[in-house]
Design a protein around this ligand. Structure first.
Ligand SMILES: C[S@@+](CC[C@H](N)C(=O)[O-])C[C@H]1O[C@@H](n2cnc3c(N)ncnc32)[C@H](O)[C@@H]1O
Length: 392
């Protein structure tokens, strides 16, 4: 049996000039050669399999998150990023049969963790290579639709990224569609974007429901609200049956030892009387930077809204604000009431529900951007468990 990392070295060597598309085919084949999905990736790979005694199957998967051996369902991972959906769905027995993301940095991280290189730009994909699957999962980038008053169904959404998701749904008819986006999708383009998505899914034969969920309802100390949309052929998904759990405090998720980046005591002000907000956040102080001018009354410095988000300091006795996707915001500051420090990168991944053995790679700002773009893992796995219960 070959170790995946040895096979990978051989594949890279045997490709005269490394072509990502070919590596995507090969890794998808290796992950799926023993069942129906393998056939979809076979043809460009066959020369490596048959010509070489070095590529012996099966593969011994020496990666942190190997493919599920006896899966109870299959899924595809679109706009996969670093694989948040894959972690959540593999964890409950799913087998990924296809993945794609255009971002090279995210692709590298994905491959290191799962042993599969995602295909690239969804707009250039030959959709015929995507195997049939039970669940289509996608955390798609949000774009406005230029049309109003939809007539012909999904053809009217041409020119947007989600159009390609609709195309795959029409071609492969997955049992369930699971989409994720920022909470703001509800208001995006005056509600037209969400309305159009639901209309198109309905025209494709899917009963659709959606709900805004917060990571704090899934045992995660991050105030992160996201919309999940579930489409199904026979029955509408009931979000109220999802298993919610208590919100823990940030302090239970922190590193004991690390190279902490402390803030100089002259550079911040801690408040004396703090109060837990409904979101679980405890605004505890601020960096001594300029405060907003507009609409700020004297004596209101203790109010969080007066300070720009990256200048706010939150208590570890409460929750953490949403980790943003723009790396320019930097990591936020937290306090135990005595010192003020930045959250470490490892802590950022932990408060998204990523296991500690997840391999991060690339420069820190890139790692931060990638986790800010990702999903809260238990939000996905708990929702998917209920999808299996209700719909499959
Ligand atoms: C909100 S992120 C989703 C992250 C993912 N759910 C995760 O767990 O990391 C959206 C992703 O869409 C990808 N993307 C944007 N345009 C794309 C395209 N044309 N083809 C494929 N992926 C694309 C981005 O690179 C980004 O990783």
């Amino acid at each position: 049996m070959n170790k995946y990392t040895d096979v990978k070295r051989f594949i890279e060597y045997s490709l005269e000039e490394r072509k990502d598309e070919e590596s995507a085919y090969i890794t998808h084949y290796l992950q799926n050669y023993d069942h129906y999905a393998g056939d979809y990736f076979m043809s460009p790979v066959v020369k490596y399999i048959t010509d070489s005694s070095q590529l012996r199957l099966p593969i011994q998967w020496d990666v942190p998150f190997p493919p599920t051996k006896t899966p109870s369902f299959t899924f595809i991972d679109l706009f996969a990023g670093i694989g948040g959906f894959r972690l959540g769905l593999q964890e409950i027995g799913g087998k990924c049969v296809f993945t794609s993301d255009i971002d090279k940095h995210a692709q590298i991280v994905y491959e290191k963790n799962f042993g599969e290189l995602p295909f690239g730009d969804i707009t250039k994909l030959d959709k015929n290579i995507i195997p049939p699957h039970d669940i289509l999962a996608a955390g798609f980038p949000c774009q406005p639709f230029s049309i109003s008053g939809l007539k012909k169904g999904f053809e009217d959404t041409r020119g947007t990224l989600i159009y390609h998701v609709f195309e795959i749904i029409e071609k492969r008819q997955p049992k369930v569609v699971l989409l994720e986006n920022v909470k703001h999708l509800v208001h995006h383009d005056n509600g037209n974007t969400l309305r159009t998505i639901i209309k198109v899914l309905t025209s494709l034969g899917y009963q659709t429901s959606y709900k805004i969920l917060n990571a704090t309802s899934f045992g995660i100390p991050q105030n992160r609200e996201r919309i999940l949309i579930v489409g199904n052929k026979n029955k509408q998904f009931d979000f109220s049956k999802i298993n919610f759990s208590k919100t823990p405090n940030l302090k239970d998720f922190l590193d004991k030892e690390a190279d902490f980046e402390y803030l100089n005591p002259n550079d911040y002000t801690l408040l004396k009387n703090t109060k837990k907000q409904l979101s679980g956040l405890i605004f505890s102080g601020y960096r001594n930077k300029e405060i907003r001018k507009a609409g700020v009354r004297p004596g209101t410095e203790h109010l969080s809204r007066v300070h720009k988000q990256p200048n706010r300091i939150y208590s570890i006795e409460g929750t953490h604000p949403t980790i943003p996707s723009q790396e320019t915001s930097g990591r936020f500051y937290v306090t135990d009431g005595k010192v003020v420090r930045k959250l470490t990168i490892n802590e950022c991944y932990r408060i998204m529900g990523f296991p500690d053995q997840f391999i991060k790679s690339g420069i820190q700002t890139e790692q931060y951007r990638q986790i800010g773009n990702s999903v809260c893992i238990p939000m996905i796995s708990e929702t998917a468990k209920e999808i299996l219960n209700q719909l499959m």
